[in-house]
Design a protein around this ligand. Structure first.
Ligand code: GAP
Length: 459
């Protein structure tokens, strides 16, 4: 059975992974909240990323820069002048769309890096074939570039704040560039080295489509690696391979659902840019960007801040502006890729079993503990005792709601690898419990005193 986006959205809502934000007020376009299992999955994604990008690397350090930054940062980075998407409006139903996406849907290449003139020209050539996805009409306004930066009145207590806005960051990496010098001066790092950060970013995305794939508030995991200019492309190839292996080995994503896509249209300063794409329910699309950005970022910030951001090699005494390669991925996109990859429907005696076959390290709950019956205090007490003995080491859940079959189905749908059941044999016979495996559904009896070791080995 194909995994559709509707099935994923429905499971995410039904099982407390993801809800539309402010749903009791009718939701808030392109903003989502992560519920109890969603936040566990998010935390596991972030933990796996941090482990791969910081903990296991002696050449990469972490950072947590603020969301708000000096407004000049966004001038220097080029976001105020050029961080925009091509917006088009249907004259009939007044819905707004990204012109490059509408062109893409009819097989015509266009992207957000094109100028307003370029994209209008392409759109005019093909306008007879482009229909409004909402009302089906073919009558559109001209394409205009719409800046994606989100503005705020932070710190402005007097006049018209829109004249001099402060921006919510549109990407986390700018915090890394502007803190590069402080990190260099205060720690042991030497080129080549990287700075990694996880944090929120905000963009006024024009279209709200595809669930958590494209949202206006999202979390990025970015690592910027500072290199000698001559080493940039060699380090870039190493980073590409490292990132690919992370998806396959750390997150357990099936390799056939991943592919590389080379950017056709590079920004002027970039040496090379690839995306890692994942096969989402709506087709292959961007999961992560791995880019070779040259010396653009530090050169711009040096120019706008008036600070010297060059690096002096302590051995050779050579002085240069480091070149940067970056790895940038959204937590939400990783989340959607992992759920899609794990989503499985199995026919069990004429009934459909939905199970999320996550790699165990990312599963939100590792172990569920059940008493066979809710109304037998001796079973409940024993199950609680086991839950309490395991909870500090493994993310556990105690569940005595409904019959045991329903509890297994619920845990399957959130991807829990092991379910422990306390039954009458536990109490009356041999102090063993059943441990059921999510993927094989096989149960084996394990002595309670051996449970911790058994689970530690499996997990
Ligand atoms: N610093 C480079 C940068 O921000 P990007 O391609 O604009 O590059 C990087 O974004 C990654 O951030 C994307 O590959 C995607 O995973 C995530 N991302 C970008 N915009 C997003 C959005 N509106 N919603 C969710 N994730 C987004």
């Amino acid at each position: 059975m194909p995994v559709t986006l509707e099935k994923i959205v429905s499971l995410c809502k039904r099982r407390g992974f993801v809800f539309p934000s402010s749903e009791i007020y009718g939701g808030f376009a392109s903003i989502y909240d992560y519920g109890p299992y969603g936040v566990e999955l998010e935390n596991n994604i972030k933990r796996a990323w941090w482990k791969t990008m910081v903990q296991e690397r002696e050449d990469i350090v972490g950072l947590d820069a603020a969301i708000f930054m000096h407004p000049k940062v966004w001038e220097a980075s080029g976001h105020i002048a050029g961080f925009s998407d091509p917006l088009i409006e249907c004259k009939n139903c007044h819905s707004r769309w990204r012109a490059d996406h509408l062109l893409e849907d009819i097989g015509v290449f266009a992207d957000e890096k094109m100028s307003e003139e370029e994209i209008n020209e392409i759109f005019n050539q093909h306008k007879d074939k482009v229909k409004c996805p909402r009302c089906g009409e073919r009558d559109f306004t001209p394409v205009r570039k719409f800046n994606l930066l989100v503005k705020s009145n932070l710190g402005n207590f007097a006049g018209d704040w829109t004249e001099a806005p402060v921006y919510l960051r549109g990407e986390t990496c700018q915090g890394i560039y502007v803190d590069y010098k402080s990190i260099l001066d205060s720690t042991r790092v030497k080129i080549p080295f990287g700075i990694a950060q996880i944090g929120k970013a905000f963009r006024n995305e024009i279209t709200a489509r595809q669930f958590i794939f494209r949202t206006r508030e999202f979390e990025q995991m970015e690592m910027q690696y500072f290199t000698h200019p001559d080493e940039e492309m060699r380090e870039y190839e190493k980073l590409r391979e490292y990132r690919w292996q992370y998806y396959v080995k750390q997150l357990g994503i099936r390799e056939e659902n991943l592919r590389w896509k080379k950017h056709k249209n590079l920004v002027f300063y970039a040496k090379e840019a690839y995306d890692i794409e994942y096969k989402y329910p709506f087709g292959f699309d961007e999961l992560e960007g791995v880019h070779a950005r040259g010396d653009y970022d530090l050169t711009q910030h040096a120019k706008f801040s008036g600070q010297n951001l060059s690096y002096r090699d302590p051995k050779t005494k050579e002085q240069y502006i480091p070149h940067i390669i970056e790895s940038s991925v959204g937590v939400g996109r990783t989340f959607l890729a992992l759920i899609t990859d794990a989503y499985t429907e199995e026919d069990i005696d004429g009934e459909t079993r939905i199970v999320l076959k996550f790699k165990k390290n990312v599963a939100p709950i590792k172990v569920a503990v059940f008493p066979l019956l809710k109304n037998k205090p001796e079973l409940v007490d024993k199950a609680k005792e086991i839950f309490n003995s395991l909870k500090s080491e493994f993310m556990c859940e105690f569940d005595d709601n409904g019959n045991i079959g329903k509890r297994y189905r619920r845990q399957d749908e959130i991807g829990t690898p092991y379910c422990i059941t306390v039954d009458f044999d536990t109490i009356e016979k041999d102090n063993t419990v059943t441990v059921r495996d999510r993927d094989t559904m096989k149960q084996e009896r394990i002595r309670i005193e051996e449970l911790r070791e058994f689970l530690a080995e499996k997990l």
